[in-house]
Every structure is written in structure tokens, then in C-alpha cells.
Design a protein around this ligand. Structure first.
Ligand code: HEC
Ligand code: HEC
Length: 306
């Protein structure tokens, strides 16, 4: 804060505090004539009369207390222009202190867990619990508090991976982020009719209701254009983040109009990089949490199949 502003703020504060004091004493010092005590002052609002009574003592003292408190506060804490307060407190160094505390408390634990491979760490409930807190603070806003995702935000519990579910790959995804980009392909599909054919073929890939004749024509287009990324069979390619189109798991919706829209306007989906937000040890733990969820997912799927 420049000197000019500092003086301005100090003057404002002094005027305010003195003003409050003045207001109190100006009103309190009025001697109430004992004969008028409790009598009407002659002010009448909608039938409610104002009586001539002094301010209650407890209220006056409370008011004086708050004025003294403000003076004490301004001596101890920052507030009086650029004066930093005798305690030297600031929200920034309080935060730094807390971060330091957390480091000394959790540092050894983080280090110990960082040395354990993720497939083993998923069996340590405390590590998974720490990961779940990191998830709640950094990931839940997009992937949902239960990690089941939403349209455009992948479900992380289903064992179905766009970019791959190997521990190293998941760490990579979280650290550097991912870009899921598919260009608008309607122009190369020969307009509306061509798009419709490919939509029908895509529906057929995961066994959805479709028009067989249109799907037949669409299959030729798929082989020529889509297979470059989604592979000839449509199972996708984790190396470039092209999803599996045969498993009936949809990131952007599996209705004909959703697929049509993806082909007409394209897709651009971003998972932000977390390397500047989280330490490698934290990423290790949150990846552990994420993989603990899909391990459960696989277990339930296996049970359902039985
Ligand atoms: C701003 C929203 C956002 C935040 C925050 C976010 N993600 Fe994502 N995440 C996405 C999107 C969108 C994708 C899909 C990217 C794509 O389509 O290729 C994704 C993809 C992923 C994937 C890949 C899934 C797959 O099937 O391969 C993982 C793993 C993941 N996120 C984990 C996390 C974790 C862990 C965090 C917290 C540290 C996190 N994400 C925070 C939006 C987000
Ligand atoms: C250049 C590579 C590329 C080509 C070519 C391509 N795709 Fe994609 N496609 C992707 C990527 C990457 C995504 C994932 C986008 C995301 O992460 O949100 C995707 C997503 C999709 C989705 C959404 C899947 C879901 O789960 O919601 C559909 C449907 C789709 N593609 C169909 C097609 C069809 C049909 C063609 C051919 C006309 C095609 N794609 C050609 C790369 C491609």
C-alpha cells in the first residue's frame, strides 16, 4: 500500500472509531430529568411511543468494549493502514506455517508411501484414505465425489480407460493432463447422409438399435476414416485417447443425436495437468485411490458375470 493510501485508511479508521465514541457519549451524556424518566418523548410511530429512558448500562459497556477491542486489534494485527501489527501476523505466513506443519507431520508418511508400488499400496487403507482426501479437494469437482464422472468427465471406477489404466499411465494422466481431440468429420463424410450412415454403424458396434442398410454403408466410411484412430474393429486406442466404441460405455452420450453431434462439431476435452498443483508424492497417492476404485469395479463386474 502506498503512503498516501495508508494515511487515507488511517484517517478513515480514526474518524470512524472516534465517531462511534462520540455518538455514544453524545447520547449518554444527556441528563435525563428524573421527572421525565419513563415519560413519552412525544415521538410516536404508528402508535408506538418512544419513552425517555437512558441507554441500558450493559449495552453501553458492551459498546465501549467493542471500541477498546478495535483499538487492541489494530495494535496487534494488520489493519491500520500499512502498519503490520506488533504480532507480525499475516494470512500468508499463517498459511506457510500450516504447510510447514503438515510437511513435518505427513512428510515421512508421504515418503514411505511414495516408495511402495501402487498395486501394493491399494491394499493399504490409510494410503487409500489419504488419496481419497486429495481426490475430494482436487478432482471431485469434475469427476464427481464418487468418481463416477458425468457427461464429458470419465467414470474412473468402471475399469474402462480412455488413456489406459496401468499405474504409470494414470500417474502420467494426472501429472501432465490429457487432451481428447476429435476433429469435426462431417465434411469428409459427405454431409448429412454420410454422417447418418456412420452414426448407424457406430450404434451397431455396441449392439444398439440401428438401421442395418445404413450401417452397412457406414462401415465402409468407418474403415476409411475412423479406423485411423478407433481401429478397424472400433475398440479404440489408448495411445491417442480414442475411446472404445464397442463397449456401450459413452463419455459423450450414446444416443444417435449425441454421436451425430460429435461428428458435426468435433470433440475437445481436457483433463488439466496437476504437476504444479500436487507433489509427485500426492499424485502417487491419488492415483492409488483412483486405482483402488476400479479394482473394486472389476471385482463387482466379475461377480455380476458369475
Ligand atoms: C477440470 C476438470 C478436471 C479435473 C479437475 C480433473 N479431471 Fe481428470 N479428466 C477430466 C477430463 C475432461 C478427462 C477426459 C479427458 C479426455 O477426454 O481425454 C479426464 C480424464 C482423467 C483420467 C483418464 C481416464 C481414462 O479413462 O483414461 C484420469 C485417470 C483422471 N482424469 C484422473 C483425475 C484425477 C486423479 C484428478 C485430480 C487430481 C482429476 N482427474 C482432475 C477432467 C478433470
Ligand atoms: C484423429 C483421430 C480420430 C478420428 C479420425 C476419429 N475419432 Fe472419434 N474420437 C477420437 C478421440 C480422441 C475421441 C475422444 C474425445 C474425448 O476424449 O472427449 C473420440 C471420440 C469419439 C466418440 C465419442 C465416444 C464416447 O464415448 O462418447 C465417438 C462416437 C466417435 N469418436 C466416433 C468416431 C467416428 C464415427 C469416426 C469416423 C467418422 C471417428 N470417431 C473418427 C479420435 C478420432
Amino acid at each position: 500500500m502506498s503512503n498516501g493510501w495508508s494515511v487515507y485508511v488511517i484517517v478513515l479508521i480514526v474518524i470512524n472509531v472516534l465517531g462511534c465514541g462520540w455518538l455514544l457519549f453524545a447520547n449518554r451524556s444527556v441528563q435525563i430529568d428524573p421527572r421525565e424518566k419513563g415519560q413519552s418523548t412525544g415521538h410516536d410511530f404508528d402508535g408506538i411511543e418512544e419513552l425517555n429512558n437512558p441507554l441500558p448500562a450493559w449495552w453501553t459497556w458492551l459498546f465501549i468494549g467493542t471500541i477498546l477491542f478495535s483499538a487492541g486489534y489494530l495494535v496487534l494485527y494488520p489493519g491500520f493502514g500499512s502498519f503490520e501489527g506488533v504480532l507480525g501476523w499475516s494470512s500468508a505466513n499463517q498459511h506457510e506455517g500450516e504447510v510447514e506443519d503438515a510437511k513435518t507431520r505427513f512428510g515421512p508418511l508421504f515418503e514411505r508411501y511414495a516408495a511402495v508400488a501402487i498395486p501394493e499400496l491399494v491394499r493399504e487403507p490409510q494410503a487409500v484414505a489419504m488419496g481419497s482426501r486429495i481426490f475430494a479437494n482436487n478432482c471431485a469437482a469434475c469427476h464427481g465425489s464418487d468418481a463416477r464422472g458425468n457427461r464429458g468427465y470419465p467414470d474412473l471406477t468402471d475399469g474402462d480407460w480412455i488413456h489406459g489404466g496401468a499405474p504409470d499411465t494414470v500417474v502420467q494422466t494426472i501429472t501432465h493432463g490429457r487432451n481428447g481431440v476429435m476433429p469435426a468429420l462431417a465434411p469428409v463424410l459427405g454431409g448429412e447422409a454420410g454422417v447418418e450412415d456412420v452414426v448407424q454403424y457406430t450404434l451397431s458396434l455396441s449392439g444398439r438399435d440401428h438401421d442395418a442398410a445404413a450401417a452397412g454403408r457406414g462401415g465402409v466410411q468407418f474403415a476409411a476414416i475412423c479406423s485411423a484412430c478407433h481401429q478397424a474393429s472400433g475398440v479404440g486406442n489408448t495411445a491417442i485417447g480414442a475411446p472404445n466404441l464397442t463397449d456401450d460405455v459413452w463419455l459423450h452420450g450414446g444416443r444417435p443425436e449425441d454421436i451425430r453431434r460429435a461428428l458435426e462439431v468435433g470433440l475437445a476435452n481436457q483433463m488439466p495437468a496437476h504437476q504444479t498443483i500436487l507433489t509427485p508424492e500426492q499424485i502417487h497417492l491419488v492415483a492409488t485411490y483412483v486405482l483402488s476404485l476400479s479394482a473394486q469395479g472389476e471385482a463387482t463386474e466379475a461377480m455380476e458375470v458369475e
